[in-house]
Design a protein around this ligand. Structure first.
Ligand SMILES: Nc1ncnc2c1ncn2[C@@H]1O[C@H](COP(=O)(O)OP(=O)(O)O)[C@@H](O)[C@H]1O
Ligand SMILES: [Mg+2]
Length: 217
């Protein structure tokens, strides 16, 4: 393989993203393709500190704009330290969550304007878009279905997950050539095969002989 390939897995919690990231990395390595498995947020030293700020109860009530900027900072640094260098070495970068998660969670709520969050994410990533985003789609009723008493799921919580799912699907529909939307409830091996087929097709495309992922127009 002469150029890097940037593959991202997106979707809600518990849809199988980490499982598929691992399966794709194992498959790539078996084929002799160097693969860098990574995730957002928090897969750098600075990113772990940022993640701690966001998650630590000691942070207290975090302003939504401040939170969005912290996630954006994690992304910028992650690309600088991990993603771009690996792509430039010609590796396949497999990333568990990326910009779409930021849009779905920071932008699909009612607090922040989605277009503004998208602009911040675009700036933070200098427009680096994945060659392929695999969206593992699942009804939010299922994703939160492990909660014993569904009536106790806060209305706003369920509505938030519905909006996030709708946004993931909308982003995929806006650029179908860069997305693979798969039903997350199918067996993991079946999902992995669909992803592998798509990756094989991308690896044989001559445009991917360029050393880095594609830059958005
Ligand atoms: N296709 C699948 N079908 C059924 N269970 C799955 C599938 N993929 C993953 N799992 C299981 O579901 C759980 C969540 O998977 P995980 O990969 O951690 O999801 P995520 O990273 O999206 O939160 C794990 O216990 C995993 O083994
Ligand atoms: Mg995971």
């Amino acid at each position: 393989m002469s150029g890097g390939l940037f593959v991202v897995f997106e979707g809600g919690d518990g849809v199988g993203k980490s499982t598929q990231c691992r399966l794709l990395a194992e498959w790539a390595r078996r084929r002799g393709v160097p693969a860098r498995l990574t995730f957002e947020p928090g897969d750098t030293a600075a990113g772990r500190m940022i993640r701690r700020i966001v998650l630590d109860p000691a942070t207290g009530d975090l302003d939504p704009r401040a939170e969005a900027l912290l996630y954006a900072a994690d992304k910028a640094h992650h690309l600088y330290e991990v993603v771009r260098p690996a792509l430039e070495r010609g590796e396949m970068v497999i990333c568990d969550r990326y910009v779409d998660s930021m849009l779905a969670y920071q932008g699909a709520g009612r607090v922040l304007d989605l277009a503004e969050v998208a602009e911040i994410a675009r700036w933070a990533t200098a427009g680096l878009v994945p060659d392929l985003t695999v969206l593992l789609d699942l009804e939010p009723e299922r994703a939160v279905g492990t909660i014993a008493d569904p009536d106790r799921v806060e209305g706003a919580g369920a509505e938030f997950h519905r909006r996030a799912r709708a946004l993931f699907l909308e982003l995929a529909a806006q650029a179908p050539e860069r997305y693979l939307v798969l039903p997350a409830r199918r067996p993991a091996d079946w999902i992995a095969e669909q992803v592998q087929e798509q990756v094989v097709a991308l690896l044989s495309e001559p445009t991917l002989s360029e050393p880095t992922g594609r830059i958005a127009p």
